[in-house]
Write a new protein. Structure first.
Length: 171
């Protein structure tokens, strides 16, 4: 199992990139899981379902399964390591968020000011920038000087996918 974190500030395109990569990785036979860190609270359940009723009644943990899908909802936060263990049958896990963890990272930069994010992260393996930054050679050079790793345009999903696959084969 390989892990790749996608990190960036809010609205930097992390979810969009992951959603674009998933069908391409699937077409290559790469079983891919996704873990998303939400800095706020979220609800996956809704009124009227049995699992919602169980939660409202005080269940600390709820699991539901069918022939095609399984979900586990716990009324507590989880560490990334614990979540990864639950997905250990995957070839690749794409992690959105959890910036401070020690896994290889692909960092999303929208503007030059986002370069400060690179100072906060470890194990940055690649950078994805907006087309606007790509079209500004001087600014792109600033990105490349900051960290000598591959830099991709955010809409060059095919190239990013190839890089991920090559990285999986190398590591």
């Amino acid at each position: 199992m390989r892990v790749l974190q996608l990190c960036g500030y809010k609205n930097s395109g992390k979810t969009t990139l992951i959603s674009s990569l998933l069908p391409m990785l699937k077409a290559r036979g790469i079983r891919t899981g996704v873990i998303k860190h939400d800095g706020h609270s979220f609800d996956m359940d809704h009124p009227g379902t049995d699992t919602y009723r169980f939660r409202e009644a005080g269940a600390a943990s709820i699991a539901i399964t069918s022939a095609a899908r399984t979900a586990i909802i716990r009324e507590e936060g989880s560490e990334l390591g614990d979540l990864l263990e639950g997905l250990d049958s995957m070839d690749l896990i794409l992690v959105e968020g959890f910036k401070q963890q020690q896994y290889p990272k692909l960092v999303m930069l929208r503007k030059l000011q986002d370069l400060a994010l690179l100072n906060e992260l470890v194990d940055v393996r690649g950078i994805v920038v907006t087309r606007e930054l790509c079209n500004k050679p001087a600014q792109l050079l600033e990105v490349q000087k900051k960290l000598p790793v591959p830099v991709y345009a955010w809409d060059d999903v095919e190239q990013i996918m190839r890089w991920i696959v090559a990285s999986m084969e190398r590591d």
